[in-house]
Ligand binder design. Structure first.
Ligand code: CIR
Length: 260
């Protein structure tokens, strides 16, 4: 894909209170998280996109994970309804920024009781895989698939049992190349000959399965050598960013930006 823009939001101090399923990893170090965020923005810019950096939102510990606020497709935007009480307003708070870039008829809104978070949405050309997770429900899928259909896209659900979001467990880096980890190695949805190459990420590198393809670059978390070697073998120019502080609160590399 050709991307020209990205949106990120600076982490707030209350990042250390972000929701986590991995408390044993400890709390994020805020200063280090800020540095890693700077490096992330630099990596996006290095891939050739213009980055809009929004100010921190102190009331929302997880607001750095802007990917969960909406889904941006080449035809329009669907504003999400995040599933957790502490995050729900983040989507609404992204609207003014979306309106700077998209016209009113390009912006679609989900309505309750739908829930949907962008981390559960993986685009493969004109087809969208949508996690059925603790964060994205059937009604969220139904409404989202309806908007996609208006734009000429198809969608299907993929059950997410053991991790937070669909893309936590793998990402499509385009050109027919899919990275999968854990439960998704066996996902029937990914086994229909529609991928040229499927790399099964070893368990010890599972966190590295979430990568961002932007223009001719792939941005990935630092410290996952087998994933990196596979991406390089596929011919990608790989940029790495240390994600240690975000990983502590279940954040992967795609979560930190919106891209189009
Ligand atoms: C949460 O639990 O909502 C955050 N701590 C992490 C969100 C990660 N977002 C993503 O994978 N798209």
């Amino acid at each position: 894909s050709n991307f020209s823009h990205a949106i990120v939001r600076r982490p707030c101090r209350r990042l250390i209170e972000g929701i986590t399923t991995n408390p044993q990893l400890g709390k994020p170090d805020y200063e280090l998280a800020l540095e890693q965020h700077d490096d992330y923005v630099a990596a996006l810019e290095g891939a050739g996109v213009e980055v809009t950096v929004l100010p921190a939102l102190e009331g929302y510990p997880d607001s750095v994970f802007v990917e969960d606020t909406c889904v941006i497709t080449p035809k329009g935007v669907v504003v999400d309804i995040p599933a957790t009480d502490s995050r729900r307003a983040e989507a609404e708070l992204m609207l003014p920024t979306l309106r700077e870039f998209f016209s009113p008829d390009q912006i679609k809104r989900l309505s309750a009781p739908a829930t949907l978070e962008g981390g559960d949405v993986m685009m493969v050309d004109d087809h969208y895989y949508v996690g059925r997770s603790s964060r994205t429900n059937d009604e969220g899928f139904r409404q989202f698939a309806g908007f996609l259909a208006e734009w000429g896209y198809t969608a299907e659900q993929v059950p997410v049992e053991h991790i937070l979001h669909l893309k936590t467990g793998g990402t499509y880096v385009e050109d027919g190349n899919l990275l999968v980890s854990g439960e998704f190695k066996a996902a029937p949805a990914y086994r229909r000959g529609q991928f040229r190459n499927v790399f099964e990420v070893p368990d010890e590198e599972a966190y590295g399965a979430d990568c961002v393809r932007i223009n001719d670059k792939v941005i990935m978390a630092a410290g996952y050598p087998r994933v990196q070697a596979q991406l390089e073998e596929w011919g990608y120019d790989v940029a790495t960013v240390d994600m240690s502080e975000y990983r502590k609160i279940d954040g992967s590399i795609t979560c930190l930006s919106l891209r189009w």
